[in-house]
Design a protein around this ligand. Structure first.
Ligand code: PMP
Length: 417
């Protein structure tokens, strides 16, 4: 991590490392110390502790009842009674953990059934389940691409995609965010055959909440004969008639060779997956180190993931409810003069002037009983400081009114376009 990118806007960030330290210890002490000094101890945005949880979007933080507008529980399924019941039943029958990798004794009937559920959900013949979404990218991208291959990835892709590129052994280069002309250029300039190129992008980018041009980018990639992998971590459950994500909504499913996703957002548990229509990708089970060398998901997680995916596929009203709430929220926020970084939707970001204003705003929201995510570089594009919010189907209209009333009060502090 590079803390030099933290915007200073007047904060004294210089740090003197303890003199007795040297080498690695000196470097990391300096970085951690610099961040803590910049941010201060009280209500540290990277160390917020939830003391009690009262449902998908309600919690007690520092003794205060707080409404969470910074979770990834877009549909509230982590507290759905059917998902909890499925988890209880599996816990009683199968115990707390699998205690081994899928290729050892950790391949239970539930894992295989979950793979069938997720493959059916995406209408694809094959799926591989990983233990997290991060590992799904490491395993799928790292398993697919290798020495002599080229990975072209959207410049705003998630850290797990970048780490997967690094781990793969392939050459990897970013193309400009959502820019079909830049992808075209990169493909034309490539010195390897197109069949050895993997293009990677996301359905919904979770920092600004902007959607990927999946149809445009995948069309360019396919015209050249490259493979396409889309990470639908955030889009799943939220976009598309069946909840399959931005790829579905844009009619691009036939152009996408592999979809990677996670169970830690709309699905409400933990875990990741890769689905595909290529039989060749079955070999990922023998090539993905993040699949081979780590323990499989606990049975209770597997059971609730299956139930949640079935709900996502069969209850479109939940998605409609999410969008109704998100649209009302975003329209009101924009009417107050706030500038959203992307087209209004369930995930959005409000730009702050710098770290000081961002911190103050974030802390004032928390003191008023609203939690959002404070995002700072290097986790943001262009060195921006952002307040990232997410609306959930689990928010009541009263929750949304509460947040809007506070934002109305704070509106004079908004940055205008
Ligand atoms: N891909 C994207 C686009 C993500 O945003 C994230 C996590 N925020 C992941 C992958 C990793 O997912 P998980 O947290 O389930 O490991």
């Amino acid at each position: 991590m590079n803390f030099q990118q933290i915007p200073q806007d007047g904060i004294r960030a210089a740090s003197t490392p303890p003199p007795q330290l040297s080498g690695i210890l000196r470097r990391i002490a300096t970085l951690g110390d610099m961040l803590d000094r910049a941010v201060g101890e009280q209500d540290h945005p990277l160390r917020i502790q939830i003391d009690e949880i009262h449902g998908p979007v309600h919690a007690t933080i520092s003794g205060r009842k707080t409404t969470l507008f910074g979770t990834n529980s877009y549909l509230g399924l982590n507290f759905d009674p059917r998902c909890i019941a499925a988890a209880h039943e599996a816990l009683d029958k199968w115990g707390t953990g699998s205690t081994a990798s899928r290729v050892a004794s950790g391949n239970q009937q539930g894992h295989v059934a979950l793979e069938k559920t997720i493959a059916d959900f995406y209408g694809r013949p094959d799926a591989i389940v990983y233990s997290t979404g991060f590992m799904a990218n490491l395993g799928s991208i790292g398993g697919l691409a290798s020495d002599g291959d080229l990975i072209l990835y959207d410049a705003y892709c998630h850290a797990s995609i970048i780490d997967a590129c690094r781990a793969s052994g392939a050459t990897f280069k970013p193309f400009k965010h959502n820019d079909t002309a830049d992808l075209e250029r990169a493909l034309t300039e490539a010195t390897v055959p197109a069949s050895r190129i993997l293009v990677v992008l996301e359905g919904l980018y979770s920092v600004w909440g902007d959607i990927g041009d999946v149809i445009g980018l995948a069309t360019v990639a396919k015209n050249h004969g490259a493979l396409v992998l889309v990470d639908e971590a955030h889009g799943m459950g939220m976009y598309g008639a069946n909840g399959r994500g931005v790829t579905e909504v844009q009619g691009a499913e036939h152009l996408v060779d592999a979809i990677v996703g996670t169970f830690s957002k709309s699905v409400g548990v933990i875990g990741g997956f890769c689905v595909t229509f290529h039989p060749a990708l079955r070999s990922l089970r023998y090539l993905s180190r993040a699949y081979l060398y780590t323990a499989s998901l606990p049975p209770a997680v597997v059971a609730s993931a299956r139930t949640a995916i079935e709900i996502i596929g069969s209850e479109p009203d939940l998605r409609a409810d999410l969008w109704r709430k998100a649209e009302r929220f975003c329209t009101s926020v924009e009417a107050m003069g706030y500038v959203l970084r992307a087209t209004p939707g369930p995930v959005g970001a409000i730009r702050m002037r710098g770290l000081i204003q961002g911190l103050e705003f974030w802390r004032d929201l928390l003191a008023s009983g609203i939690y959002v995510n404070l995002l700072i570089p290097p986790a943001t594009p262009n060195g921006e400081v952002l307040l990232r919010f997410s609306v959930s189907a689990a928010h009541t209209d009263a929750d949304i009114d509460q947040f809007l009333a506070i934002l109305r009060e704070f509106a004079p502090r908004a940055i205008s376009a």
